[in-house]
Design a protein around this ligand. Structure first.
Ligand code: RB5
Length: 150
């Protein structure tokens, strides 16, 4: 069965997003692109919300968000219940954030990483698996914070 991922960007991540979608298709993923659809100035929280909504609704398990730095997208995404988003610019972090943090959204910045690194980040993230065990206990504590702090 083909795997599907949701992707979104703002204007500052649009050009890299189009290339990353091409890479995702090459490595066998179906992609739901929730916008933005050109380089006109827009607000990254709108697209973070659209990606997170798809995950919360069970449309896809994973998402990718691209803005200028990846940071604003990760901040907006992490305001959603059940979302664990990580802004990464190195492959070690992209792998570990799934293995240890069970991240479900990978964020990165077009102004930070080039196409080659972006593809490596995507591969590291998608090929990694959550390790469970003591890491699950810590994830549970993060999820508990959602109940008291949100
Ligand atoms: C847009 O100029 C820029 O602020 C945005 O893409 C992102 O980098 C925010 O974190």
């Amino acid at each position: 069965m083909k795997k599907t991922i949701t992707i979104g960007s703002d204007h500052a991540g649009y050009s890299l997003k189009i290339k990353v979608i091409g890479h995702l298709k090459e490595i066998g993923w179906d992609v739901i692109d929730v916008g933005t659809n050109d380089e006109s100035s827009c607000d990254y929280p709108d697209f973070a919300h659209a990606v997170c909504k798809n995950i919360q609704d069970g449309v896809t398990e994973l998402g990718i968000l691209i803005c200028g730095t990846g940071i604003g997208m990760s901040m907006a995404a992490n305001k959603h219940h059940g979302i664990r988003a990580a802004a990464c610019s190195d492959t070690f972090s992209a792998r570990l954030t799934r293995e240890h943090n069970n991240a479900n959204v990978l964020c990165f910045g077009e102004r930070v990483v080039g196409y080659g690194v972006a593809c490596d980040l995507v591969d590291a993230f998608l090929n990694a698996e959550f390790q469970g065990g003591k890491h699950q206990r810590r994830i549970d504590k993060i999820m508990d914070l959602e109940k008291t702090e949100f």
